[in-house]
Design a binder for this molecule. Sequence first.
Ligand code: HPA
Length: 234
Amino acid sequence: MSIHITAKNGEIADSILLPGDPLRAKFIAENFLENPKQYNDIRNMLGYTGLYKGKKVSVQGTGMGIPSISIYVNELFRDYGVQKAIRIGTAGAIREDVKLRDLVIALSASTDSGANKIRFGGRSYAPTASWRLIKAAWDIAQAKGFSPKAGPVISSDMFYTENPDDWKLWAKFGCLAVEMETAELYTLAAKYNREALCMLTISDSLVTGEATTPQERQTTFTAMMEVALETVVS
Ligand code: HPA
């Protein structure tokens, strides 16, 4: 047991998917895993372990934002020995060529977060995905007929920013989309020498102001799930 997760040793798989929303964890477990068993419900942050194509996989909600994902990923890596973690989430497009429903593979994550400022004492760190998982996800997505976009993203501490044009600076420097967790996942994977990746579907666009409907989000999320599951067991 760790502070925020009640699983016993061995109840969490080496390979894990990390949606922000705990109800997505439940949805994935119930719709994609064989024989899923819930191992956590502290704070309703649901976690399950089951089988995908005969291989043991877990899926754990992380909540929104860097402080929340940091708690769960620290405990999963340090206390449960998780080896491979794939965040599956949504993001806002910040470039015109990134469209609603696109699949984005986050190669790296810049951040405005306080976390890495504290951790690195004001120095700058470049949170980067596992090359092996990038390549596996890319190949699996292509084979399934998707045309993912791969590039850097920005992990922001603020959903409601004081300056509504904040995202434009990140877009100018090549970031494709804004979300709120990936920089911490990649930083912790480096710290613990584990593999991590983040796959995102575009739920809204800060460029055009458009947003997907909840139904569209469910459909695109489900398509991404199959790529994520195939990748995490690869
Ligand atoms: N900002 C931050 N995180 C997000 C957004 C956004 O616009 N859309 C989806 N996740």
